[in-house]
Design a protein around this ligand. Structure first.
Ligand code: XMP
Length: 328
C-alpha cells in the first residue's frame, strides 16, 4: 500500500544505492518540488549533498529567509546562497517587454547557477579528492515526466526547469526522487519530512518571480512596493482561510499607470495594484475566484493605507482563456 513512509524509505534506499560515496548538487527555487527533492536526498546522503539558492531579488517578502533559515533548520542541509540581486537589476534595467524580461531572467539565472555549480565542484575536488560531484537533483514530478515523453534522467534537461531550462552540456547524472509522484503526494512527503508549512503548502509562483508582475520596467523601488502589497494580500487571504479555495493570487503593479486619488490632506497621483485571484485545477484554464467582498475590502484598505504610492486597488474578473493567470 502507498504511504508517505514507504515512499520515503524506498527513495532513500534508491538514492543511497545510486550515489554511493559520490557527491550531489541541488538547486533550490523556494518552491515545493525542489525543497522536497532536496530534503529526500539530504535524508539519504547527508553531507554529500550541497544545495544552491540563487537570490535574484525577485522573490516575495520573506521567501528567501524561509529557504535560508527555516529550510536549513528543518533539514540540516548544506546551502550555498548566491546574492545576485544587483546583477539581475542591472540586466533588467530599462526593459519593459515581458518576453525580453523572461529571457534575461532565465539567462542570468543559468549563468549564476552554473558558476555556483563550478565553484562547488572545484571545492569538492579540493576537499574530497576522488569523490567528485556527479549528480544533480531535480524536482521532476510525474506529470512532467508524462508530458516530456517519459525519458529517464541523464544530463539532458530542459523545458521544465522553472526559469527556462538548464544548459544542455551538463555532465551530471540526474537524481529525480519525485518522478512517480503527483503534487499533493509531494506535499505529503514534504510534511512527513518535517519541512516548514510555508514551503510545503506554497501556491504556484513563476520562476521569473515578481519580475513579470510589474507591468513596466523592473526597479528595486517597484519590487519593494509590490512585495509590501503582495504580503498584505497573502496575509489577509490566509487569515480568511481562503488558501485552499484559491489556486493562486498574483498581485500586480501597474508601474506605468497613474490615477488621481485623494488621501489624507490632498490629491495623489499614484499607481494601481491589481488582485488576480483564480480558481483552477491545473493552471491550463482558470476562473476568477468569487472572493468574499469583505476580504477584498480589507485588502484594498490595507494596501492603500500601508503602501506608499498606491492609491487604487482593482480586481481582475477575467477567466483563462482569454486572460492568462499572470499579466505578463
Ligand atoms: P499563465 O500566466 O500562463 O500561467 O496562465 C500558468 C501558470 O504558470 C505559472 N507561470 C510560470 N511558471 N515560469 C514558471 O515557472 C514562468 O515563466 C511562468 N509563467 C507563468 C503561473 O504562475 C501559473 O501558475
Amino acid at each position: 500500500t502507498w504511504t508517505t513512509g514507504n515512499v520515503i524509505e524506498e527513495q532513500v534506499a534508491a538514492i543511497r544505492e545510486q550515489v554511493g560515496d559520490k557527491r550531489a548538487i541541488c538547486g533550490l527555487s523556494g518552491g515545493v518540488d525542489s525543497a522536497v527533492a532536496a530534503a529526500l536526498v539530504q535524508k539519504a546522503i547527508g553531507s554529500q549533498l550541497t544545495c544552491v539558492y540563487v537570490d535574484h531579488g525577485l522573490m516575495r517578502k520573506g521567501e528567501t529567509e524561509q529557504v535560508e533559515k527555516d529550510f536549513v533548520a528543518a533539514t540540516g542541509v548544506s546551502l550555498k546562497v548566491v546574492d545576485a540581486e544587483q546583477r539581475f537589476l542591472d540586466a533588467l534595467a530599462g526593459v519593459s517587454d515581458p518576453e525580453e524580461k523572461r529571457k534575461i531572467i532565465g539567462r542570468e539565472f543559468i549563468r549564476v547557477f552554473e558558476q555556483a555549480q563550478a565553484e562547488i565542484v572545484a571545492e569538492a575536488a579540493g576537499e574530497h579528492g576522488e569523490q567528485p560531484v556527479q549528480f544533480l537533483v531535480q524536482g521532476t514530478l510525474y506529470p512532467d515526466v508524462v508530458e516530456s515523453g517519459g525519458g529517464t534522467g541523464t544530463a539532458n534537461i530542459k523545458s521544465h526547469h522553472n526559469v527556462g531550462g538548464l544548459p544542455e552540456d551538463l555532465e551530471f547524472e540526474l537524481i529525480e526522487p519525485l518522478r512517480k509522484l503527483f503534487k499533493d503526494e509531494v506535499r505529503m512527503v514534504g510534511q512527513e519530512l518535517g519541512l516548514p508549512e510555508e514551503i510545503v503548502q506554497r501556491q504556484p509562483f513563476p520562476g521569473p518571480g515578481l519580475g513579470i508582475r510589474i507591468v513596466g520596467e523592473v526597479t528595486k523601488e517597484r519590487l519593494d512596493l509590490l512585495r509590501e502589497a503582495d504580503a498584505i494580500a497573502r496575509e489577509e487571504l490566509t487569515a480568511a482561510g481562503l488558501d485552499r479555495d484559491i489556486w493562486q493570487c498574483p498581485v500586480v503593479l501597474l508601474a506605468d499607470v497613474r490615477s488621481v486619488g485623494v488621501q489624507g490632506d490632498g490629491r495623489t497621483y499614484g499607481h494601481p495594484i491589481v488582485l488576480r485571484p483564480v480558481s483552477s485545477e491545473d493552471a491550463m484554464t482558470a476562473d476568477w475566484t468569487r472572493m468574499p467582498y469583505d476580504v477584498l475590502a480589507k485588502i484594498s484598505t490595507r494596501i492603500t493605507n500601508e503602501v506608499a504610492d498606491v492609491n487604487r486597488v482593482v480586481l481582475d474578473v477575467t477567466s483563462k482563456p482569454p486572460g492568462t493567470i499572470e499579466w505578463e
